[in-house]
Design a protein around this ligand. Structure first.
Ligand code: HEC
Ligand code: HEC
Length: 371
């Protein structure tokens, strides 16, 4: 059951592969070598394969190998930015699980934003369609259009300009045709292709997933240490982390204020978070619960990157967050029991999170792009 791949998808993409193979000798452009057509990947262990495929095929227009290939080029192509210096991957780096190792992002002309670039693995499906730390975007397509015309990210003035620039790159025509049936470049096609590439970035088969599996199949449970097992028990038990970090992607896709970014001296927040979207008082300083998969790949942590290590994060929960008028009841020790985690417990929780480092999403920047 776990390795089930819809036959149609597989056969369809193999056919395309072999067709592509036939024409290779004559007119295959050189940039295809580093971005060949490949089947839609098999979700890794732990990613509820049936659920994923139910969801992926639920899309009115599910990802195709052709769109994913086009999207992969577009995602890494700096020509989407005003001065050819910034691509999506400048801030969403494959080696950092598509997040980045800095507190906040640096966009065009060295301009800094106010938030950290989140990872987006396993976003093919989410409990609720909320993208960005404040959830202001309803879909990956909608989201992908934003950075291109954000003056401090990729810096182009309008989507028409992006479309015009891509339309002027002859080599791309073939791939728009292949993916969408005609050579026309539109912003809808650009964002759809990028979103489909993002949907195939799935992370699973971590040591923790393998241990979970081993418990059901009678396999080797020594794949993780006793410390990880203790961390697991705490995470799902007395440390109550799964009140918010739940499901296969360790997020409730909801918004909470942990007091991150609250300045006790000035009694102000560095960022209003979800409030900017809902205008509801309770949402002040509330941010989307991030996935914890591959978390150890992209320190520093939180929406403002203000925690350098996973240990600091756990210590923050162990003091009941930073007191402020909007603190979430689930972390507030005035509203819920104290955690009382020992040093040993804190270290075990860190080890547990490190065991969520998975595979399936890894990628490298293609060596060549359509010209
Ligand atoms: C200059 C850095 C930068 C660039 C370039 C950039 N991003 Fe982002 N990205 C961010 C930051 C910062 C956020 C979080 C912003 C927020 O929450 O307000 C973000 C958020 C996202 C999210 C939401 C993830 C989630 O879990 O909610 C996705 C998806 C995403 N970006 C994809 C892209 C794509 C696709 C591109 C290229 C078209 C791109 N980004 C270009 C910095 C960048
Ligand atoms: C009340 C809900 C809630 C609970 C309970 C909770 N978290 Fe979180 N967690 C969040 C939210 C929301 C954020 C992002 C907050 C921000 O950036 O302001 C977060 C961020 C994190 C991060 C940083 C993620 C990143 O991408 O930077 C880690 C690590 C983390 N939590 C681990 C834990 C652990 C371990 C526990 C249990 C001790 C726990 N969380 C309990 C909601 C929660």
């Amino acid at each position: 059951m776990r390795k089930f791949i819809p036959l149609q998808l597989l056969v369809g993409s193999m056919l395309v592969l072999s067709l592509a193979g036939c024409s290779e000798s004559s007119d295959t452009p050189p940039w295809e070598a580093s971005n060949p057509l490949i089947p839609i990947p098999d979700p890794p262990l732990g990613i509820g394969i049936d659920e994923v495929y139910a969801k992926l095929t639920d899309f009115p227009d599910p990802p195709t190998p052709e769109r994913v290939r086009l999207g992969r080029w577009l995602f890494y192509d700096t020509r989407l930015s005003a001065d050819n210096t910034i691509s999506c991957a400048t801030c969403h780096r494959p080696e950092n699980a598509f997040s980045e190792p800095t507190p906040v992002s640096t966009g065009i002309d060295g301009q800094k934003g106010g938030r950290k670039a989140p990872s987006f693995t396993n976003q093919a499906w989410t409990l609720f369609p909320h993208f960005f730390w404040d959830g202001r975007s309803p879909s990956l397509e909608d989201q992908a259009g934003g950075p291109m015309i954000n003056p401090i990210e990729m810096g182009t003035q309008t989507h028409d300009e992006v479309v015009e620039r891509l339309g002027g790159i002859e080599g791309y025509a073939k791939y728009f045709e292949e993916a969408f049936g005609s050579q026309e470049v539109t912003i809808e096609r650009v964002t759809k292709a990028i979103a489909d590439f993002e949907r195939t970035r799935m992370s699973g088969n971590s040591p923790w997933d393998q241990w979970q599996e081993a418990q059901y199949t009678g396999g080797d449970e020594s794949i993780v240490s006793d410390e990880v097992k203790l961390g697991n028990d705490l995470f799902f038990g007395t440390a109550r982390c799964n009140n918010c970090h739940l499901g296969q992607n360790f997020t409730d896709s909801d918004f909470h204020n942990l007091g991150v970014g609250w300045d006790p001296e000035t009694q102000t927040l560095n960022d209003e978070g979800r409030y900017a979207v809902t205008k509801e008082e309770k949402d002040r300083g509330a941010f989307k619960t991030p996935s914890l998969r591959d978390i150890s790949k992209h320190a520093p942590f939180m929406h403002d990157g203000s925690f350098a290590t996973l240990k600091e994060v756990v210590e923050h929960y162990n003091i009941g967050g930073t007191p402020n008028p909007y603190l979430d009841d689930k972390v507030d020790f005035e509203k819920s029991d104290k955690l009382d985690l020992s040093e040993e417990d804190i270290n075990a929780l860190v080890k547990f999170m490190e065991a969520l480092e998975g595979e399936g999403y890894q990628d490298t920047i293609p060596e060549a792009f359509p010209q």
